[in-house]
Design a protein around this ligand. Structure first.
Ligand code: SF4
Length: 283
């Protein structure tokens, strides 16, 4: 887990999965890939294998050791529902979130169909937790809007949209069952432009539907210069935050032992070739 984050809508990141593969136009300038590839081949670096997909089971229990409550972006350096991430590993991530329930978790995916499928396969109590927010990325009409439907059909307590990078006018969006919307433009070299009217349209639809709206950034090559003001103000709205009180240390340690046992079980069951290393994981 990494405390502190430059991402405006979260406090920290937790990455028991690292690396990913591109799936749609929103991935073109993936920040995670750019970051990870910088370290490829550096011996001992967490991203020695660059952006190759791999599991990091030893990171699973981390939120249990984090005593101060955080809003945590889960797998910010990957996509938890990537087709190569084993089902049992995804389930273990949900189990950790259930045990470390004094945090808020933000789980974001572009693999919305797998999200829908697995949330119906897992126990309802595991996926419908008020402190676990499930979201999909939306960048355009073709790839993004069907993800919203898949999210709506997923089991979740809190559903959110990360509309970033916004690449075109989305038109009318069905916000039924959606609890939070984030909008942002692409940033960095080669950033694709975002028109103000596309943003206003989404903001107005959120206001009409009483959905909290968070405007992350205009983006562009130098995002600090373009900022995040919209109509002369910032939009920092969040859904209702519900989390449990921090348990005593002994209880936290007991829960950590539960997860450690599970990790051992995961490691002993199945092996999976990840990058150049052979690791023991589960299916
Ligand atoms: S799905 Fe997300 S993490 Fe994966 S390549 Fe696309 S933008 Fe990057």
């Amino acid at each position: 887990m990494s405390d502190g984050s430059s991402i405006e809508w979260t406090d920290a990141t937790w990455n028991p999965v690292r690396g990913c593969t591109k799936i749609s136009p929103g991935c073109k300038h993936c920040y995670a890939e750019t970051f990870a590839e910088r370290w490829r081949g550096i011996p001992g670096h967490p991203y020695e294998q660059g952006f190759n997909l791999r599991l990091v089971p030893e990171k699973l229990a981390e939120p249990l050791s984090w005593s101060r409550s955080r809003m945590i972006f889960v797998n910010s350096m990957s996509d938890q529902f990537h087709e190569k991430v084993p089902v049992a590993f995804i389930k273990a991530v949900f189990e950790v979130m259930e045990l470390a329930d004094w945090h808020i978790y933000q789980v974001l995916t572009k693999r919305a169909n797998r999200l829908r499928k697995l949330t119906h396969r897992f126990a309802r109590s595991l996926v419908e937790q008020k402190h676990v927010w499930l979201g999909v990325s939306v960048e355009d009409r073709k790839y993004g809007l069907p993800r919203i439907d898949a999210l709506r059909e997923s089991r979740a307590s809190v559903r959110f949209l990360s509309i970033e990078p916004l690449l075109e006018d989305l038109g009318r969006i069905d916000l039924t069952g959606i609890d939070w919307v984030i909008v942002g433009g692409e940033s960095g070299p080669g950033a694709r432009p975002m028109k103000a009217e596309w943003v206003y349209s989404i903001r107005d639809q959120c206001q009409d539907a009483s959905v909290p709206f968070f405007f992350k950034q205009w983006g562009g090559i130098r995002k600090k210069e373009t900022g995040r003001a919209l109509s002369g103000r910032t939009y920092d709205e969040f859904p209702k935050i519900v989390r449990s009180p921090l348990p005593k240390r002994e209880e936290r340690m007991r829960r950590a032992r539960v997860i450690e046992k599970q990790v051992q079980g995961i490691l002993s069951r199945v092996s999976m070739k990840i990058g150049t290393q052979k690791q023991r994981v589960c299916t």
